[in-house]
Design a protein. Sequence first.
Length: 131
Amino acid sequence: MLFEYNLSAQREDFYNITFQVREAVVKSGITSGIAVVFNPHTTAGITINENADPDVCNDLVHGLNKAFPDRPEFRHGEGNSAAHLKTSAVGSSATTIIENGKLVLGTWQGIYFTEFDPPRNRKFYVKVMGE
Ligand code: ZN
């Protein structure tokens, strides 16, 4: 079963979408299987990281900007090559396990939509498979 969600990403940030993924699992009725979270955009990604201390996501944004700064050598005419680099570094999907009707995540883990070229109206998909 495929679920589509919309997201208004007003700033460069990690947006916690764990609630939506859990909601898709419940709606699907699948109790044992996998949920694939997929981002169809080229300047935004999907990742799993800490959900307890918000400073972790702030540090991830800061660290990615330090690791992938804009460079005068970049040729892409849209001018957002750094956002494309960060997207490839983070990745465009996450696969999660469903068991006993629940997502199997670590205590401190959350699923994040990562925006690198705001502001944008975005969407993401959750594909739930199993029995
Ligand atoms: Zn571009």
